[in-house]
Design a protein around this ligand. Structure first.
Ligand code: PGA
Length: 264
């Protein structure tokens, strides 16, 4: 399986010009290297997507959110639909990021609706899961993940999507590792990824629709620690926040994954 390295730009940078420069810098790095075993995606602010997708790039562009209420149009002030996102040139959407769960109270029902809307408009979905520090400390990680992943179980049970393999990515992001500089050990990440894959593969219809799920690790991934995560077979790439805001560190992470996965 080819790796994915995805840059979640969150509410950065401050201007369209800076966003264009960042993408141009990543493009320049990309031209001078061989990333045969790694695909790249950036997930900028929605307001920058249309302009960025006009920049010639082999990098996929995603968005950070879509409306749960309607896949197309409607009276939902402030929302942007999957159809509008698709029309703007993005092809993927992040769903279930812990910041959305925490600050916007997005629950499983909302997340399920967003995924359905995304898939109905041919967008791919990066579905984020992960435990808080308290849950980690009290060894509840697997039970928290099991409950968050029921959204995928429901999707497989109710959806008539023939193939999700190219359109569904899971990102395991321990909430306590996001933006903190703290990371779980590689062994912990590898075993949690193996667990996530097994849970999903246990759902009815998973084998036919998904095969082996693509599971990325996210949370304080940087140029210095990427190679160690990349070496774990069950880690299929990285979802990167802070280190994705500089072309050189984002690119170093991508190179680490490409090298590790082409050797495995
Ligand atoms: P971080 O963020 O790499 O800055 O920890 C990751 C994320 O929020 O996806």
């Amino acid at each position: 399986m080819q790796a994915w390295v995805i840059g979640n730009w969150k509410q950065n940078p401050a201007t369209l010009q800076a966003a264009k420069t960042l993408l141009a810098d990543i493009n320049t790095e990309l031209k001078s290297a061989d990333l045969a075993a790694c695909r790249l995606m950036v997930v900028p602010s929605l307001v920058h997507v249309s302009s960025l997708q006009q920049q010639e790039t082999a990098i996929a562009i995603g968005v950070q959110d879509i409306s749960a209420h309607s896949a197309e149009t409607g009276a939902f002030t402030g929302d942007c639909s999957a159809a509008q996102v698709r029309d703007a040139g993005a092809t993927w959407v992040l769903v279930g990021h812990s910041e959305r769960r925490q600050y916007y109270g997005e629950d499983e029902a909302t997340l399920y609706q967003k995924i359905k809307n995304a898939l109905s408009q041919q967008l791919g979905v990066i579905f984020c899961v992960g435990e808080t520090k308290e849950q980690y400390d009290s060894e509840q990680t697997f039970s928290v993940l099991a409950s968050q992943l029921t959204v995928i179980e429901q999707l497989l049970a109710e959806s008539n999507e023939e193939s999700l393999a190219e359109r569904l990515i899971i990102a395991y992001e321990p909430v306590w590792a996001i933006g903190t500089g703290k990371v779980p050990t590689v062994e912990e990440v590898a075993s949690t990824h193996t667990h996530i894959k097994a849970v999903i593969q246990g759902y009815a219809g998973a084998e036919a629709a998904l095969g082996e799920p693509c599971v990325l690790y996210g949370g304080s991934v940087n140029a210095a620690n990427a190679a160690q995560f990349a070496q774990a077979d069950s880690v299929n790439g990285a979802l990167v926040g802070g280190a994705a805001l500089q072309a050189d560190s984002f690119f170093a992470i991508a190179a680490a994954f490409s090298t590790a996965k082409s050797n495995s």
